[in-house]
Write a protein that binds this ligand. Structure first.
Ligand code: FDP
Length: 317
C-alpha cells in the first residue's frame, strides 16, 4: 500500500484487494500464501541451478532442479498455511495429505513451474493453481472456488479469480503485488492463435480448423509456455489457444487438474470459453490426478467454431 515513488497513483495491494472481495478470511490467507510462495519461485528461476535433478515425475518426464525446488517451495508454504488439507502437484506422484479433517479447509492442485523446458533459454514460465473447498479434487473444475497463475516474465504478474471477475497484479520493486488490471474481459472473437503440438500429427478436423483460422487472418502467437500463451490471449482479450488430440496421443498433452481447469476457470470468468472439443473443460470429471485432455480455450466464438469443425458441422463435411 502507499504511493510508489515517482507516481501519484494509489497502489492497491493484493491482500487489501482480497479483503474487499467479501470472501472468507481463510481464502484470503491461502491466496496470499500462494503469492508469497511465488516470490521464492521467481528468485529460484532468476538465480537457481538450470540443470536436471536426476529424477522424473509421474509422467516419466525428466525433472529439472528448478521443478523440484519450485515444488518444494509451494508445498511447504501450503502445508504450513493452516488452511489446506490436501495438496496435489504435477511434480508429485501422489496426493499429500496435510490433515485428515477437511472441515473449513481447501485442497490445492498446482503445477509449480509450467513450461520448464523454456527455462534454459530464458523464456517466460509460470505457476498454475486450482483451489477446491474440502478434500475432493476429482470433481468438475466448475466447483473450484478459485484459480491463480503467476507469470515469471520480464515482470512478474499474478492473475486470479474467485468467481468475482479476473484481476491482474504486478510485482513492484518491493516484491509486493499491486493491482494493474480489474475485471478483465475477453472479446467474443479474436485474431491470434496459439497451436500446441506437432502439426503433422493433427487430425484432418483440426487441420481444417487451423486453416480456417489462418484464412481469417489470425496471427500465430505461440511461445511454447502455457502460462505466457494464455496470459497473452486473456489479457489482450483476443484469440484462441489449442492443444488438440494428436494422431498418436488422443488425450493431447495438457493436464486437466494442474493446467486446464485453472485456466478454463479464469478464461470463463473473463467471458471466454474452453472445451475439449465436445464438453466444456470445467464440466469434465477427472478420472484421475494425471488425466489429460485436448483443449480449445479463448474467445467464445472461436472456441465454438472449433467445436463445429471437430463435430463435422463446419460445412465442409
Ligand atoms: P513444457 O513441456 O515445457 O512444461 O505442459 C507443459 C508445456 O510445456 C506447456 O507449458 C506448453 O503449452 C506445452 O507443454 C508445449 O508443448 P509442445 O512443445 O508439444 O507444443
Amino acid at each position: 500500500m502507499g504511493k510508489e515513488p515517482g507516481t501519484t497513483k494509489f497502489q492497491v495491494d493484493f491482500r487489501r484487494h482480497l479483503r474487499d472481495q467479501n470472501i472468507s478470511g481463510n481464502l484470503v490467507h491461502l491466496l496470499c500464501e500462494i503469492a508469497e510462495a511465488s516470490k521464492y519461485v521467481i528468485n529460484a528461476v532468476r538465480t537457481g541451478d538450470l540443470g536436471v535433478a536426476g529424477t522424473s515425475n509421474l509422467y516419466g518426464e525428466e525433472q529439472l532442479a528448478l521443478d523440484v525446488l519450485s515444488d518444494r517451495i509451494m508445498r511447504k508454504r501450503l502445508m504450513h498455511s493452516g488452511v489446506v488439507c490436501n495438496i496435489a502437484s504435477e511434480e508429485m506422484d501422489e496426493i499429500f495429505q496435510v490433515t485428515s479433517n477437511p472441515q473449513g479447509m481447501f485442497s490445492v492442485a498446482y503445477d509449480p513451474l509450467d513450461g520448464s523446458s523454456l527455462v534454459d533459454v530464458n523464456l517466460a514460465v509460470g505457476t498454475i493453481v486450482g483451489i477446491y473447498q474440502g478434500a475432493d479434487m476429482l470433481q468438475p473444475g466448475r466447483r473450484m472456488v478459485g484459480a491463480v497463475y503467476i507469470l515469471y516474465g520480464p515482470r512478474v504478474s499474478l492473475v486470479y479469480s474467485v468467481g468475482k471477475g479476473v484481476y491482474e497484479f504486478t510485482m513492484n520493486q518491493l516484491m509486493e503485488f499491486t493491482l494493474t488490471r480489474e475485471d478483465i474481459r475477453m472479446k467474443p472473437s479474436g485474431n491470434i492463435y496459439a497451436p500446441g503440438g506437432l502439426r503433422k500429427k493433427y487430425t484432418p478436423e483440426n487441420e481444417r480448423y487451423l486453416r480456417y483460422l489462418e484464412d481469417k487472418g489470425a496471427k500465430l502467437r505461440y511461445s511454447g509456455g502455457f502460462v505466457p500463451d494464455i496470459n497473452q490471449i486473456l489479457l489482450k482479450g483476443n484469440g484462441i489457444f489449442l492443444y488438440p488430440a494428436l494422431t498418436d496421443t488422443p488425450q493431447g498433452k495438457l493436464r486437466l487438474l494442474f493446467e486446464l481447469n485453472p485456466m478454463a476457470y479464469l478464461v470463463e470468468q473473463a467471458g471466454g470459453a474452453a472445451t475439449d472439443g465436445t464438453t466444456p473443460i470445467l464440466d469434465l470429471t477427472p478420472g484421475g490426478y494425471d488425466q489429460r485432455s485436448p483443449v480449445y480455450i479463448g474467445c467464445r466464438d472461436d472456441v465454438e467454431k472449433a467445436r463445429e469443425f471437430l463435430n463435422g458441422n463446419d460445412g465442409t463435411a
